[in-house]
Design a protein around this ligand. Structure first.
Ligand SMILES: [Zn+2]
Length: 486
């Protein structure tokens, strides 16, 4: 009987396919509007509905955006790129095939760098290609299903990591997606809105015993739409697979879904193999000819990328590497930070506030920074009031919450709520009444019982409903104490 190997350790391998809807005005092969939402089936035509006899025309801007993304990801650009038909049946795909790219994608052989616990890691990218999105199937509470074809034919970019995979943990999978989203939003190719499905992620996961040369069977998790779901989904799948192998069972090659509420992956279907799609060149579209001059002009138009922005923020503003990571998560974050820091002249306080209070409120409201009613001007105004002592740090939080909620200027909110009391005369009067009410405490304090100081400050704060300037209160108390008990 073989010994029970309770000590077997496993190595994890994680690859990733990311789909991003492109920021074009019109769809991939027709003139229908490319926009999120809208009344179902109002943005369709014979081409994107796949009616017989309709002919596709490629969207030049979509091709350009994919070239832009491929360049930002350090890919080489193919001088000739072809469209292919990927054949499968699904109700959200009325043509019976999706126009995609198979053996001649626009970009290949790229990479991006992520930070890991063990230091920087390069994640290699196999390909960046262009295809069209499908419609959306909706399962109604009545038990019926409906299809909305507004999304059908929206330009979709797919980014696939290289095999063998460079990533080996849930943290790394999330870091990759965070970085990729930062790059795609920075170059204006995608809005990065994962909750709306315009950026979707499908990690594939396998484990194998340490030292084994053959990769384990991989499973794929479909359509994850938040960083958190990616992290939890990958972690759950790694744990599930290791548990299967430890029990002597096998991992089946399959596609799994993520159940957010239950925190687990569930079987969706046994995975198709590539041959079943019967790829063949799309006969209705000519190959794309991408000349060097076009590529060069797109390269010249690339903005500062997140890695460069991150280094610059550390260098120029003295923020920490961790702060710079957060501040370059999208171009909108970087722009917000630079505007606010420039206006108030205090980059550290700006970074601090954005990582703390701003991020907290955005998360709670499930908003992106560019949807925030309190813009960088509002934050600069708030921080200037804190710095000049007009309001305390504590009051600032309340003022900020109101500004975030309503978009009203922080100065106006603070004026209405009453500014911080720093005036020695006003504070002195409050102090007198507190001493009069608590003569024993005051005597003890003056006799050297320092613990009573906190109590006295607390009483003054209570009387002024938190508006007393704590530094000024302390100074005043010490001054009185030095003068002796009255
Ligand atoms: Zn159309």
């Amino acid at each position: 009987m073989p010994a029970i190997q309770t000590e077997t350790q496993y190595v994890s391998s994680i690859g990733m396919e990311v789909h991003a809807e492109l920021l074009t005005e019109s769809k991939m092969f027709c003139g229908c509007r490319n926009a999120f939402g809208g009344e179902p089936n109002t943005r369709c035509c014979p081409v994107c509905l796949g009616l017989p006899g309709s002919l596709p025309v490629a969207n030049r801007l979509a091709v350009e955006l994919v070239i832009r993304a491929a360049l930002a990801l350090h890919c080489s650009i193919s001088p000739i790129a072809e469209f292919d038909r990927k054949n499968y049946f699904y109700p959200d795909l009325p043509k019976g095939y999706q126009i995609s790219q198979y053996d001649q994608p626009i970009g290949s052989g790229g990479w991006l760098d992520i930070e890991t616990e063990a230091g920087p890691r390069r994640v290699h990218i196999r390909r960046v290609h262009l295809e069209e999105d499908t419609g959306k199937l909706m399962h109604l509470p009545t038990g019926d299903s409906a299809v909305d074809y507004n999304r059908s034919g929206v330009p979709l970019m797919e980014i696939v990591t290289e095999f063998p995979p460079d990533m080996g943990s849930a943290d790394e999978a999330r870091a990759y997606l965070v970085k990729l989203r930062a790059i795609l939003t920075c170059i204006g190719v995608s809005d990065g809105k994962m909750e709306q499905g315009s950026l979707r992620c499908e990690p594939n996961i396998s484990v194998r015993p340490t030292g084994a040369s053959a990769f384990g069977t991989k499973t794929e998790i479909k359509n994850l739409n938040s960083f958190r779901a990616v992290h939890r989904g990958v972690q759950h799948e790694l744990t599930r697979q290791v548990a299967l192998l430890r029990r002597g069972e096998r991992v089946a090659q399959e596609t799994r879904g993520w159940n957010e509420a239950r925190g687990e992956t569930v079987l969706q279907r046994v995975k198709e193999v590539e041959q079943e799609y019967r790829y063949f060149p799309e006969p209705d579209l000519l190959p794309l000819h991408i000349d060097d001059a076009w590529v060069a002009s797109i390269r010249a138009g690339l903005p500062e990328l997140p890695d460069a922005a991150r280094l610059r923020l550390v260098d120029q503003y003295g923020v920490s590497a961790a702060e710079a990571d957060l501040l370059t998560q999208t171009a909108a974050w970087t722009a917000y930070f630079e505007r606010a820091a420039g206006l108030c002249g205090n980059a550290r306080a700006t970074a601090n506030w954005m990582m703390g209070e701003l991020a907290r409120l955005l998360n709670a409201a499930n908003l992106e920074i560019d949807q925030c009613k309190a813009g960088p001007e509002a934050l600069a105004e708030l921080l200037a009031m804190v710095e000049s002592g007009k309001i305390s740090g504590k009051m600032a939080k309340g003022v900020w919450e109101a500004a975030f909620e309503t978009g009203e200027a922080p100065a106006a909110i603070a004026a209405r709520q009453g500014e911080q009391i720093s005036d020695a005369g006003a504070l002195g009067a409050v102090l007198n009444s507190v001493i009069a009410a608590q003569p024993d405490v005051w005597q003890a304090l003056c006799a050297g019982d320092e613990k009573k100081l906190t109590f006295m400050v607390g009483q003054i704060m209570k009387q002024t409903r938190g508006k007393a300037n704590p530094g000024e209160v302390n100074r005043l108390l010490r001054e009185r104490m030095a003068g002796g008990a009255q």
